[in-house]
Design a binder for this molecule. Structure first.
Ligand code: SF4
Ligand code: SF4
Length: 94
């Protein structure tokens, strides 16, 4: 039987750095980004637009390093690098 995405994500271990490896380059660009697709395409719900603060928050600790946001932000407004050595995700097999 195939696993759900939640079951698959459960097999991942995170070690979060104290500094984000994902940076929103310009929050003003997000303001004018109509559909804010990052709020939907990220499988780990890293990005969330806040209407009151007028900004996109980045829960980088949850990132599974799939790389989607590098390409899928229509304004290339997300700076993406791999986490520093020793941080980020490891996959558990079996
Ligand atoms: S998709 Fe890009 S520009 Fe649009 S809200 Fe997200 S980070 Fe900002
Ligand atoms: S690399 Fe993937 S999991 Fe990480 S923030 Fe981007 S879309 Fe989300």
């Amino acid at each position: 039987m195939s696993q759900t995405i939640e079951e698959r994500l459960y097999t991942i271990r995170y070690k979060a750095d104290d500094k984000s490896h994902l940076i929103i380059t310009d929050h003003n660009v997000c303001e004018n980004c109509r559909d804010k697709p990052c709020n939907h395409f990220c499988p780990s719900d890293v990005y969330l637009w806040h209407d009151v603060e007028r900004m996109t928050s980045v829960a980088y600790e949850n990132c599974i390093e799939c790389g989607t946001c590098r390409l899928a932000c229509p304004y290339y407004n997300i700076e993406w690098v791999y986490p520093k050595g020793g941080y980020g995700i490891t996959y558990r097999y079996g």
